[in-house]
Design a protein around this ligand. Structure first.
Ligand SMILES: [Zn+2]
Length: 49
């Protein structure tokens, strides 16, 4: 299944999604896009530099 957000990645069903919302972490079931995960990691790296 293609990701509806970026239309590049494939969605994978996972049950360990961690949502970081205003300092609170939520672990949820759902579908995660590999492309968006990579993008988030890059942005976190940039924020540290
Ligand atoms: Zn995506």
């Amino acid at each position: 299944m293609k990701c509806p957000n970026c239309e590049k990645g494939e969605l994978a069903e996972v049950n360990d999604i961690v949502n970081d919302l205003d300092g609170y972490f939520f672990v949820v079931k759902g579908k995660r896009c590999g492309v968006i995960v990579e993008k988030n990691l890059l942005e976190k790296k940039k924020a540290k530099e």
